[in-house]
Write a protein that binds this ligand. Sequence first.
Ligand code: ZN
Length: 92
Amino acid sequence: MNCPKCSSEKKIKAGSVKGRQRYKCKECGCNYTVELKSTAKPDSVKKQAFQLYLEGASFRSIGKLLGVSNVSVFNWVKKLSKEAQETNINEI
Ligand SMILES: [Zn+2]
């Protein structure tokens, strides 16, 4: 992540705000934040994958649909089905 104003890579860490890393640009002095987990998929996508799994879709076809690997889908389904059992709720 470069500075949104001047595109400089020169930056210093300036703490974090609400789960986002905050940076201060050394070139122009502006502050900006970046998501700490920018590569992670949001929960809504994981729940969608789980829903598709419940409807009978394969890991591979779900992954293709959502643009992730079938391994990711498998891990989400495993995690969500475990959570569903533990909390005993039907709303997934
Ligand atoms: Zn800058």
